[in-house]
Design a protein around this ligand. Sequence first.
Ligand SMILES: [Zn+2]
Length: 66
Amino acid sequence: MLGSVSTGAAEYDRQTCTPCRGTGKVISGKGGSPHQVSCPWCGGDGRFHPGRDAQTGEQIRSAPAD
Ligand SMILES: [Zn+2]
């Protein structure tokens, strides 16, 4: 049953980086042969970073909600 309290043990881990599935590594085909590189989405730590720009590896700047 649904409840307000959750252990989180059996829930989908939103903290896990999806593209690399938490491994921190992805296969890149750049340069010719596929090779393993650090995941640009999480920076290699395997965690999901909201607002992170995979193209630059930097946080996306957002206007302050004032
Ligand atoms: Zn990742």
